[in-house]
Write a protein that binds this ligand. Structure first.
Ligand code: IDP
Ligand code: MG
Length: 161
């Protein structure tokens, strides 16, 4: 169902986006945030942190048996991450499109990975791959109190602060 009874798009969907250590090292934080703001999504949570092995083993639990798993954890703990929750209509699927293919060699130009990376082991950004996955990841990385449910001034009737 695309529209709510108000006629406005359903904006309650949320996804987890993380700028990986290479993205922080390469000073790409601003450009990546800019793309999500420009697209029209709403930032509801943001923090910079050094990830623990425990959180990463949960975050990447589906990949534990992969040959690259240990190097993936080393990469993800090699420096700070910027972890964010973005909200908006269809944000999970649209973010995946904006981020591009896992393998930068196959990521389209215009996507984050297609514009900023060349190798799958340094692909700059994470984006949740399903609505259910996003809910799990958001719970893993954020406490509910740190997600802010704010209204856009341009959606209130008077614009008064
Ligand atoms: P995704 O990040 O596009 O959702 P996943 O398959 O969930 O891709 O893999 C998670 C992360 O694991 C990738 O973003 C990438 O950093 C890393 N990764 C995936 N496949 C490989 C690989 O073949 N070699 C090295 N790292 C990989
Ligand atoms: Mg994934």
């Amino acid at each position: 169902e695309l529209l709510r009874s108000s006629g406005l798009p359903d904006v309650r969907e949320r996804t987890l986006i993380a700028i990986k250590p290479d993205g922080v090292q390469r000073r790409l934080v601003g450009q990546i945030i800019h793309r999500f703001e420009q697209r029209g999504f709403k930032l509801v949570g943001l923090k910079m942190l050094q990830a623990s092995q425990d959180v990463l083993s949960e975050h990447y639990c589906d990949l534990r048996t992969k040959p690259f798993y240990n190097s993936l954890v080393r990469y993800m703990t090699s420096g700070p991450l910027v972890v964010m929750v973005w909200e908006g209509h269809n944000v999970v699927q649209t973010s995946r499109t904006m981020v591009g293919n896992t393998n930068p060699a196959e990521a389209q130009a215009g996507t984050v990975r297609g514009d900023f990376s060349i190798h799958v082991s340094r692909n700059v950004v994470h984006a949740s791959d399903s609505v259910e996955g996003a809910q799990k990841e958001i719970q893993l990385w954020f406490q509910t109190k740190d997600l802010l449910d704010w209204d856009s001034w341009d959606q209130t009737s008077t614009g008064d602060v």
